[in-house]
Ligand binder design. Structure first.
Ligand SMILES: Cc1cc2nc3c(=O)[nH]c(=O)nc-3n(C[C@H](O)[C@H](O)[C@H](O)COP(=O)(O)O)c2cc1C
Length: 310
């Protein structure tokens, strides 16, 4: 049985889960390839009996580059795929949306798996409430999921269609939020980025870290958010904080909602599906990541002031 796992991961959580699912599959079959989505060879997908696709939840759905990837797939009638995701407190409508897109390619989704994972957005406090995830238990569960998939895949291939799962029920408010976050809404409502060329050192980390090739620092004028999936990776990884935005409006909304996210996780902990790896009382909700990064750069510059022109 020939198996492949395709993943999109920026901060490593989804990759960790992908590796453990791969180990579980390999326990059963001795083989499972792993490919970064940006390097996946679409022409070879038909050679695989089972393919997994995994990504983080962004804005209660799959990131737009993952959506484009699914839209670019050829028809793969009768092929079995499975889906996995990582997320903070709320995974939203990701699986129904992804399953629908794969179904339109003739693909049968035979498994779903989701895992809490650390999260970092410029306007959220860091560490996040899901810091420390995926933990050892979740990684063990990912491996078990991989093993069980193989048994399930074989039985479905033999005709036992009763084993084909539907995605879990998604609460109506999560569906509504995912529907609100259209590309048009994001373009209007989410922060607009700019590059301060006085600060930029042309290191190009932002260009390399942009999953959709949306940045060109040496273009005239410099290009940013063209296109954009609103992952903010560029702003997080810029070593000199040259990528700027008005983060405060979003940070204020996060501060307002923080108790709500905490309640969601407290309830998940009560149900035994989440464990606190960090004491949430130690998280400073007034200190979002963008402020922390600003301080870090200023401290660094204080230690090593930029050389002055003669
Ligand atoms: C732009 C952005 C949007 C996010 N939106 C959500 C969300 O709607 N719900 C959620 O639970 N987590 C959300 N997260 C948290 C990510 O799903 C989480 O950090 C993910 O595990 C990161 O995966 P990676 O480490 O493989 O990159 C978001 C993170 C980012 C960066």
């Amino acid at each position: 049985m020939n198996t492949l796992i395709i993943y999109f991961s920026q901060t490593g959580g989804t990759l960790k889960v992908a590796e453990h699912i791969r180990d579980g599959i390999a326990d059963m079959t001795g083989q499972c390839d792993l490919a970064n989505m940006n390097e996946a060879d679409i022409a070879s997908l038909a050679d695989y009996d089972l393919v997994g696709l995994g990504c983080p939840v962004f804005y209660f759905q799959e990131p737009f580059n993952v959506r484009s990837f699914m839209e670019s797939l050829p028809q793969l009638p009768g092929k079995q795929w499975f889906l996995f995701s990582t997320h903070g407190s709320s995974w939203g409508n990701i699986f129904p949306l992804m399953a629908e897109r794969l179904k339109s390619k003739g693909i049968t989704v035979i498994g779903y798996h989701h895992t809490y994972s650390d999260s970092s957005l410029p306007y959220y406090p860091y560490p996040a409430m899901t810091h420390g995830h995926p933990d050892a238990q979740e990684l063990g569960e990912a491996r078990s999921f991989g093993r069980e998939l193989i048994t399930c895949s074989k039985r479905i291939a033999q005709g036992d269609e009763s084993l084909i799962p539907a995605p879990d029920h998604v609460p109506e408010d999560w569906v509504k939020i995912s529907e609100m976050y259209t590309p048009e809404f994001m373009e209007q409502e989410l922060p607009r980025l700019s590059i301060d060329m006085d600060k930029c050192t042309l290191c190009k980390d932002c260009e390399e870290g942009c999953p959709v090739d949306g940045i060109g620092v040496e273009e005239d004028p410099p290009r940013i958010q063209q296109p954009c999936i609103y992952c903010w990776n560029c702003a997080k990884i810029c070593p000199v904080q040259a990528i700027e935005a008005d983060w405060e409006a979003r940070a204020a909304a996060v501060r307002e909602n923080f108790a709500k996210y905490r309640k969601t996780l407290d309830e998940a902990a009560e149900r035994g599906v989440f464990r606190w790896c960090i004491d949430p009382d130690t998280i400073d909700v007034d200190d979002p990541l963008y402020k922390q990064l600003d301080r870090k750069v200023k401290e660094e510059q204080g230690r090593n002031p930029p050389a002055q022109d003669a």
